[in-house]
Design a protein around this ligand. Structure first.
Ligand SMILES: *[C@@H]1O[C@H](CO)[C@@H](O)[C@H](O)[C@H]1NC(C)=O
Ligand SMILES: *[C@@H]1O[C@H](CO)[C@@H](O)[C@H](O)[C@H]1NC(C)=O
Ligand SMILES: *[C@@H]1O[C@H](CO)[C@@H](O)[C@H](O)[C@H]1NC(C)=O
Ligand SMILES: *[C@@H]1O[C@H](CO)[C@@H](O)[C@H](O)[C@H]1NC(C)=O
Ligand SMILES: *[C@@H]1O[C@H](CO)[C@@H](O)[C@H](O)[C@H]1NC(C)=O
Ligand SMILES: *[C@@H]1O[C@H](CO)[C@@H](O)[C@H](O)[C@H]1NC(C)=O
Ligand SMILES: *[C@@H]1O[C@H](CO)[C@@H](O)[C@H](O)[C@H]1NC(C)=O
Ligand SMILES: *[C@@H]1O[C@H](CO)[C@@H](O)[C@H](O)[C@H]1NC(C)=O
Ligand SMILES: *[C@@H]1O[C@H](CO)[C@@H](O)[C@H](O)[C@H]1NC(C)=O
Ligand SMILES: *[C@@H]1O[C@H](CO)[C@@H](O)[C@H](O)[C@H]1NC(C)=O
Length: 371
């Protein structure tokens, strides 16, 4: 089929040359260089003046499509086609190549069988590769430097890589890009952005090609956290620890104080009870002397001491001043008197102890209050 078309083309060309050598006809405007993306359509124009017989499109020297002056054409490949445009005495053949492949890159020539009039251009095919930001931990501390790696794979040619932060282009001093040819004539690129964000940002890596109406992009959100928050948490912990320590020390201190107070109270009580014993001993000694005195004074009238007046006087004297004692006591009176004296001493001691306890209680209260 291909060969058949080729032969038909050649035969037509030969016929055209023989019937009409194209004298007086010329190519007014040849095709122009073109760059397209893989898979898209390529279009080339060739404008000729009147008087032409056959127009042939060649790719890298091989006839691919032949146009006759009546507008009929024969293509060696299905993907090749043409459209005729007439404008006065000018004819324009518009070649269309659909689903362009990488191996369509090459020379496109327009010929009207006039060796001096053939014109050519080049078709370039680009490949839109992949673009990805390599997986990383994009949660960073405030002012922490992070390296973000963007990888472009399988491009033709190597793309122009640049970066944006919150949709604003970054200065190219902030990143380094390396490109290398990969397998099958495809190119790979790697760009490393060094960033020290203070707030959370959207970072975009972009790869541009002439044929891409908008650059391909890959975006990540770099989340920045404040280390001060963590710091304050530590401070809180420290404060808590200090509080616990203070409480423990206070309790221990309080227990110590209570213990000391109890010790003091005990000592005082013991000392006082000793004092009391001593006092009792003293009193009993006094009693014996008093008895002795009695025995000496009992030589008189025994009933004398029983005078109610005297007893009254005696009682008054007792309450007034215990040291001043009448010399003439009855034996019962004497016993009563000494007993009363002893009770008085005990009372005083009790009061003293009470006071001591009260004072101690106040002290304790004051100590507790200080906590
Ligand atoms: C077309 O591409 C070729 C090859 O790159 C170049 O030499 C030529 O100058 C280009 N022509 C125009 C008009 O740009
Ligand atoms: C070719 O020429 C025609 C007619 O002038 C025009 O409509 C078309 O856009 C041109 N195509 C190219 C690829 O320049
Ligand atoms: C061009 O590439 C396509 C697919 O990429 C393939 O099918 C075709 O055979 C190739 N053509 C030539 C002439 O190598
Ligand atoms: C290029 O490739 C990307 C990723 O595959 C795709 O999203 C985008 O649409 C492509 N662009 C074109 C113009 O084909
Ligand atoms: C990322 O890093 C932060 C802080 O360095 C950490 O808290 C978080 O768990 C990490 N995330 C992952 C998925 O590794
Ligand atoms: C980050 O840098 C800014 C400016 O240099 C400074 O004000 C801020 O305190 C820094 N933050 C930390 C956590 O170092
Ligand atoms: C980024 O800027 C472009 C043009 O300047 C705009 O079209 C696009 O919507 C913006 N994107 C965001 C996320 O703001
Ligand atoms: C990029 O940074 C360099 C050095 O920091 C500076 O000289 C240059 O002017 C900057 N370019 C732009 C476009 O801001
Ligand atoms: C990042 O982009 C998303 C979606 O476009 C937006 O909701 C968010 O606010 C942006 N974050 C920042 C820090 O600009
Ligand atoms: C990234 O690509 C998407 C889809 O093409 C587009 O909507 C978005 O605006 C692009 N972002 C930037 C920053 O160019």
């Amino acid at each position: 089929m291909d060969r058949c078309h080729r032969w038909i083309g050649l035969t037509l060309s030969l016929l055209a040359v023989l019937s009409d050598p194209g004298f007086g006809s010329s190519i007014i405007e040849g095709p122009r260089n073109l760059t397209v993306l893989v898979g898209s359509m390529a279009r080339f124009n060739c404008t000729v003046s009147d008087g032409w017989g056959v127009l042939v499109w060649l790719f890298d020297g091989n006839p691919r499509l032949t146009v006759l002056s009546d507008g009929k054409y024969y293509a060696s490949l299905k993907r090749y086609s043409q459209q005729s445009h007439r404008n006065g005495n000018l004819f324009t053949s518009e070649l269309m190549i659909t689903d362009v492949q990488r191996n369509d890159t090459g020379q496109i020539k327009c010929s009207i069988q006039n060796e001096e009039d053939n014109m050519y251009a080049y078709l370039f095919v680009q490949v839109n590769g992949s673009l990805t930001i390599k997986d990383n931990n994009f949660t960073v501390r405030e002012n922490q430097t992070i390296k973000i790696v963007c990888e472009a794979l399988g491009w033709v040619p190597a793309p122009y890589i640049f970066w944006m932060e919150n949709n604003i282009s970054l200065n190219n001093s902030k990143y380094i890009t390396n490109q290398s040819p990969g397998s099958n004539g495809l190119y790979n690129g790697e760009s490393i952005l060094t960033l020290t964000p203070m707030i959370s940002v959207n970072v975009t890596c972009l790869a541009a090609l002439a044929t891409l109406s908008r650059p391909q992009n890959a975006t990540v959100t770099v989340t920045v956290y404040q280390p001060t928050q963590k710091g304050s948490g530590n401070n809180q912990d420290e404060r808590n620890r200090t509080i616990i320590l203070a409480v423990v020390l206070s309790v221990v201190g309080l227990l110590l104080v209570i213990f000391i107070i109890l010790l003091i109270v005990c000592c005082k009580r013991r000392r006082e009870s000793n004092y009391q014993k001593e006092m009792k001993r003293n009193i009993s000694e006094n009693k014996t002397t008093n008895r002795n005195l009695e025995t000496t004074s009992h030589s008189g009238n025994e009933n004398y001491g029983y005078s109610p007046e005297e007893t009254m006087y005696d009682t008054v004297q007792m309450t007034g001043n215990a040291t001043v004692r009448p010399r003439f006591y009855g034996p019962n009176q004497d016993a009563n008197m000494s007993h009363t004296a002893e009770s008085g001493e005990q009372l005083v001691l009790k009061e003293q102890i009470k006071v001591t306890l009260t004072v101690d209680y106040h002290l304790l209260e004051r100590v507790l209050g200080s906590f």
